[in-house]
Design a protein around this ligand. Structure first.
Ligand code: FE2
Length: 361
């Protein structure tokens, strides 16, 4: 019988060999996804981040964390929150506009497909004029967006569907995700705006690039938008980029409402970025004195999916419906910088169409 004695230097050598193997496997796995599409090449990602993301892909790529989180009840039903906003600018005689909004789908190993289906079913049931999407479509890998695009394509929105990229999309591959969304009929707005069609030509959708990883340019995003400006951005940090520029409504996500919060919804940890804790979730009246008395409102969504951990606690997934009405409607009182109570409607009210594969869990 052979007996090998392993001394400490051999242990060290084996340790380094193992570490090198992990690095090779991880770098290999993150340079190319399963469809052969390279990860984002125009954004420099640190080696540590690439290694970490590669390991997560290897460990979680099959989706077992989402399945476990869903089965244990940590990925709860999607709720639909409704907001009604009275426009106060001089053009406020505009027609009523109904907007469906969602952010942070995080398709991938930490979000169960059923949650995505519920969110898209609720957005479809909203029967909105326009659909706005606030970024972070995926976690880890760009091609996870493919499980979402068919659902987004099914949502009716006669005036159009518009999106911005989130930091996770830019980490993965914004070009791949942009192509996939545009094939599904969703226009991606990077520092540019679109005027809605008649009879809503007084409304402009202004898309601002992500504060953390994009190249936000507020001047370009609002250039020529000579009417009611609805700013679509990924994060409350976009307020830093917007400065004192006027707008009627800004919609964003990114914070997940903390994703894990205390009873009552107070977030324990919020994602990085300025203003994310101050505006963690809800509807906020920004200081009207700074912008020629024009009222500026920002609504921050808790988002749909899960990031990093496959669970949400006291921060349920949500989509939103925002109804914009002219100043001739009844004025409402909105307390400064405070989250408002909102009407919530459980998604059970919305049947999930068979076309979305509702039976699959
Ligand atoms: Fe997110």
């Amino acid at each position: 019988m052979l007996y090998y004695r392993i001394d400490s230097s051999t242990y060290h050598a084996l340790g380094w060999l193992f570490a090198a193997g992990v690095i090779v496997v991880s770098v290999g796995s993150i340079n190319m996804d399963s469809n052969g599409a390279a990860f984002n090449s125009d954004h420099s990602v640190s080696l540590t981040t690439r290694l970490w993301r590669g390991l997560l892909c290897r460990l979680f790529g099959s989706g077992w964390p989402a399945a476990l989180g869903y089965r244990l009840g940590f990925q709860r039903r999607v709720v639909c929150r409704e907001h009604r906003l009275t426009l106060t600018t001089h053009r406020a005689a505009a027609r009523e506009l109904r907007i469906a909004f969602a952010a942070d789908f995080h398709a991938g190993p930490t979000t169960h497909r059923r949650v995505l289906q519920q969110a898209c079913a609720a957005l479809a049931a909203a029967e909105a004029d326009v659909l706005l999407l606030g970024g972070d479509f995926v976690s880890l890998r760009a091609d996870f967006v493919d499980e979402l695009t068919d659902m987004l394509a099914e949502i009716p929105a006669p005036l159009g569907k518009f999106a911005v990229m989130g930091n996770h999309d830019i980490w993965a591959d914004r070009h791949y995700i942009t192509r996939a969304l545009e094939q599904a009929g969703v226009q991606v707005l990077v520092n540019r705006n679109v005027q809605l069609a008649a009879p809503y030509e007084d409304f402009w959708i202004c898309g601002l690039d992500d504060h953390l990883l994009g190249r936000p340019d507020a001047a370009s995003a609002i250039h020529g938008a000579d009417g009611h400006r609805i700013v679509l951005m990924h994060s409350p940090s976009g307020l830093v980029d917007l400065g004192n520029n006027a707008f009627d409504l800004a919609l964003c996500g990114h914070t997940h409402g903390g994703q894990i919060a205390l009873p009552g919804g107070r977030p324990i940890v919020v994602p990085r970025g300025p203003l994310c804790r101050q505006y963690a979730a809800g509807r906020f009246e920004l200081d009207p004195q700074q912008v020629d008395s024009q009222r500026r409102v920002m609504i921050v969504s808790r988002g749909v999916g899960c990031s990093t951990l496959p669970l949400r606690i006291f921060s349920d997934p949500e989509v939103m419906v925002c109804q914009l009405v002219g100043m001739l409607e009844t004025q409402e009182q909105v307390p400064a910088a405070a989250a408002l109570p909102v009407e919530t409607l459980p998604v059970e009210a919305f049947p999930i169409p068979d076309s979305l594969g509702a039976g699959a869990v």
